[in-house]
Design a protein around this ligand. Sequence first.
Ligand code: NA7
Length: 534
Amino acid sequence: MAVRQLDALIVGAGIAGLYQLHRLRKLGLSVKSVDAAPDVGGTWYWNAYPGARVDSPANVYQYWFSQELLDEWKWSERFPAQPEIRRYLQHVATKFDLYRDIELNTEVASADWQEDEQRWRVRTSKGETFDVQFLLSCVGMLSSPKVPSFPGQEDFQGEIYQTARWPQEEIDFSGKRVGVIGTGATGIQVVQTLAPQVEELFVFQRTPQYAVRMNNYPVDDAVMKDWRAQYASLKNQVHHTFGGFEWHVPEQGWALTLTPEQRRDVLEECWADGSLKMFVGTYLEVLAVPEINDEATEFVREKIRAQIHDPTVADKLVPSDYGYGLHRVPLENGYFEAFNRDNVHLVDVKTDPIEGFSPQGLRVADREYPLDVVVFATGFDAGTGSLSRMNIRGRDGKSLSELWAQDIRSTLGLQVHGFPNLFTVAGPLAPATGFCNMTTCLQQQVDWITDAISYLRAHDKHTMEPTEEREEEWVRHHDEVADSTLLMSVDSWYNGGNIDGKPRRLLSYIGGVGTYRDFCDEIRANDFAGFKVA
Ligand code: NA7
């Protein structure tokens, strides 16, 4: 097959990839995208599991480059479900004529930096070779599923489904005995959705979660009118807040000036909002000062306990050995109440881990749980997983996956020293999913990268790469901010603690979306200082 010459290749056709394609095409670059899926949508293509739903409100979980797009679109709920977001992304791809430059069912098999040509040579799963100046990864932060393999799994006679690779066709669960492994945000959505549909539901819980009640509601014409009217001001606002949402978090230290009763009022107000305001919209000390975290923890424990009828079940569902907010806070809509149903059973696999499958079901301790279906909601190799799988080799054959197997580093999550002209949207050490309304951060990074490429072209330059010193400076700053919080004290996907052998580092920057954006803007305003432009 002939080698295809392009200015840029984008990997991924989800929220970031679609926008990156739109921007680079407008810049006049010859550009293509590839995506492993049979359609656009990224996360919103793959995670077609029952109950999948966004947990950012739709008025902020959207594109910010076209008021017309929102004027023509109609959301049906404050927190829309997966099929609706997928349709939104299909609509974007059609409206902006993006499909013609996207090659679906295509994965990157390897990418090698050619020092002589100063270009990337990218091979795909289809056997194609691209020769490109810029390689842009838009593969998402939570896209490489963590799929455990249990003894006896291959002999199980029922069906096994993985939430992040869910079949596109409807599955009928009625009359079935279903087991769900995993109780993070995904497992919670599956459980609350399947509980009324199935014969029996067994929830295999290792770590309980501080899930917050979601306040979802239908969006009517009046709400849509408001959202359209807010668009311009919200667009500006979300880029300057702590979490990329519309709410501003008070100055550091403010919570310490309040009485416990006043802090509780803040928590009540945020709880009532029924959104991630309860997570990244209260006050910063919740994630940093042990006593303040204890208060919030007790507050949420009470809220959860009040929803569960059986106190012994509540004892297991209410987290007791780590603080609120130290795992990503899920939003729930009937999760805890599902355990009040006679057909829903909690199986604690913390003390007695799952031993494996039998042909009929799952074995835990001395007991067998007969099952027709097992759902894996077991999470992701976050931040680095998908990029590491692409076999990227930079200068001197340096492997990105080998580097990150030792030490996960980057410069503002946008580039990695040793990998010129590789740009990573939602790369590790940027705010991204962990602490950001994802669409805010993705678009901000795409805009910065597009400006960087535009700068190179305007100055007749060809390559950009962070210096070793700038990278070290960013990693140090990132770690300092991370270490000033409690987030490294508990294992989770936030810090690589959910993957055996993965080096520990907070994968998302927690200095705030607005602060991060200021860093990026300053670099751009100073001719990409800290980046070697040649
Ligand atoms: P998470 O939050 O990483 O949750 C994965 C869950 O799967 C979690 O409860 C794990 O328990 C559990 N798990 C993983 N492996 C096992 C085994 N072997 N046995 C039992 N239980 C297991 O992933 P999600 O997909 O729910 O959410 C990821 C993000 O997507 C979410 O935070 C939002 O940002 C959107 P553990 O905690 O490891 O004890």
